[in-house]
Design a protein around this ligand. Structure first.
Ligand SMILES: Nc1nc2c(c(=O)[nH]1)N(C=O)[C@@H](CNc1ccc(C(=O)N[C@@H](CCC(=O)O)C(=O)O)cc1)CN2
Ligand SMILES: Nc1ncnc2c1ncn2[C@@H]1O[C@H](COP(=O)(O)OP(=O)(O)OP(=O)(O)O)[C@@H](O)[C@H]1O
Length: 190
């Protein structure tokens, strides 16, 4: 169920043009920067995009220039773990990591205590209209989000084509506080 759904959405997203991806990413980034929880946050974790995900480089640069502490995950494939690690410079502090996804170089930086994170901007393959998320199938974010401070906020960013009335889900699947797309902001209805 999850597998086929994933494949379908990933292939649909892959078909989008570079212009579509960059134009809509920039709309989404502007909306995220207006959010209250982002304005208030001191420490923000967000992903480095791959495979036509909503692009985050501009958002990272803006948050750094606003003097936020910005962290991205280092992925430990075997342990199925994400290590949030500070980024101070997207140009020099990044290398290619697990699954060919860019990640911070640990030698240039240091891990961030998960309890210091105020907001996490989460990647996904698909979301439903009640803010449940379907990821790539590693369970990385489900495990990670369980250990956040209870008052930390989670924001999913995605294109409209990734939003469905319902996605296949299991009891461990995370429900986020907000989803932001190029056309709307969604909050849970229950
Ligand atoms: N930008 C970004 N970073 C992220 C995630 C994400 O969704 N987006 N992840 C969200 O959790 C984690 C990585 N999760 C992933 C899990 C599986 C595959 C994947 O391509 N699997 C292949 C098998 C590849 C292999 O084993 O080498 C497959 O399923 O065919 C990719 C990413 C951590 N970092
Ligand atoms: N909190 C958790 N604790 C233990 N196992 C988990 C947890 N979350 C997920 N898993 C396991 O990890 C595997 C992948 O989960 P799932 O298919 O929900 O991943 P996903 O949310 O799509 O991926 P990701 O979070 O990496 O983007 C499943 O076998 C699931 O049982």
């Amino acid at each position: 169920m999850k597998r086929e759904f994933r494949k379908k959405v990933i292939s649909e997203r892959k078909k989008q043009s570079p212009e579509f991806i960059s134009k809509n990413s920039s709309i989404i980034v502007d909306k995220v920067l207006q959010m209250d929880c982002i304005k208030k946050a001191k420490t923000i974790m967000l992903y480095l995009d791959f495979n036509n995900e909503v692009q985050t480089d501009d958002l990272i640069n803006k948050l750094i220039s606003l003097r936020k502490t910005v962290a991205s995950p280092i992925t430990l494939k075997e342990e199925k773990k994400l290590i949030p690690t500070q980024i101070t410079d997207l140009k020099n502090g990044i290398k290619i990591g697990a699954y060919n996804i860019r990640e911070p170089k640990l030698e240039c930086s240091h891990p961030i205590d998960i309890k210091d994170i105020d907001v996490v901007i989460v990647p996904a393959v698909a979301y439903d209209t009640n803010c449940y998320r379907l990821g790539y199938g590693g369970g990385f974010y489900d495990r990670f989000l369980e250990n956040l401070r209870p008052d930390a906020k989670t924001i999913g960013i995605a294109f409209d084509l990734q939003i469905f009335d319902e996605v296949p889900k299991e009891p461990h699947d995370a429900q986020l506080n907000f989803i932001v797309t190029e056309s709307k902001t969604i909050i849970p209805n229950k």
